[in-house]
Design a protein around this ligand. Structure first.
Ligand SMILES: Cc1cc2nc3c(=O)[nH]c(=O)nc-3n(C[C@H](O)[C@H](O)[C@H](O)COP(=O)(O)O)c2cc1C
Length: 194
């Protein structure tokens, strides 16, 4: 049985070592901040491109791995955008946008939409979604959304989208893990049906 008096207080567990690994304060210094980034990178995700239009109708797109589900009823999703992104001024509350979930053969699309100043839409096959929002051809699934809320979160803003239409095309997804783009691979077995 755990003695709760031993795990209370600010320093509880401060000298904990897990399987030979020391804990790190992610804000301690530059090295620790890099470790924080690397540690976050161990959380495997899919890869999306968020697309929208400027007020004058120009195409906007950004590669994003921070996408996640938020609510089933109402249907909400979320993601975050860096303050430094050239796309930061778009995706305002009320704006329409689309989540394009990339397929495993769309690595070049992921790289292309992660580069500032690039003509991101140059060699991409486009479809027109709700309100003319650009959809990228060849994706796994699409979520057409409207920005429901936007919240500050450190050096990013959190964007909450209300989903208005979905397309589940059903293809193998592109993955992001350990700073690298990856495919699922046939050797990966389903270990639980969640
Ligand atoms: C796999 C991957 C995932 C990324 N995820 C995010 C993210 O969740 N949020 C974000 O703001 N930037 C993310 N980025 C970085 C942006 O794609 C990139 O900084 C940005 O698009 C640069 O172009 P921009 O200045 O025109 O936005 C990611 C990049 C890659 C390659």
């Amino acid at each position: 049985m755990t003695d709760s008096s031993k795990i209370r207080g600010n320093d509880a567990g401060a000298d904990l070592i897990i399987e030979g690994v020391d804990g790190i304060d992610p804000a301690a210094d530059e090295g620790a901040r890099r470790q924080f980034r690397d540690t976050l990178g161990q959380f495997a995700t899919g890869v999306t491109v968020m697309t929208t239009l400027t007020a004058s109708g120009a195409h906007v797109g950004i590669t994003v791995s921070s996408f996640n589900s938020l609510s089933l009823d109402p249907p909400l999703i979320l993601w975050s955008i860096a303050d430094t992104s050239a796309c930061h001024e778009y995706f305002k509350v009320g704006d329409s946008f689309a989540v394009n979930v990339l397929a495993e053969d769309q690595e070049a699309v992921a790289v292309n939409f992660s580069k500032t100043g690039n003509d991101k839409f140059k060699s991409v096959k486009m479809l027109a979604g709700l309100g003319g929002i650009p959809l990228i051809g060849g994706c796994v699934v699409y979520f057409e959304c409207c920005v429901e809320a936007r919240y500050p979160g450190g050096d990013h803003d959190i964007i909450v989208g209300r989903v208005r239409r979905i397309f589940n095309v059903g293809k193998a997804p592109l993955l992001f893990h350990g700073g690298a783009l990856r495919a699922l691979g046939d050797q990966v077995e389903k270990i639980a049906g969640i």
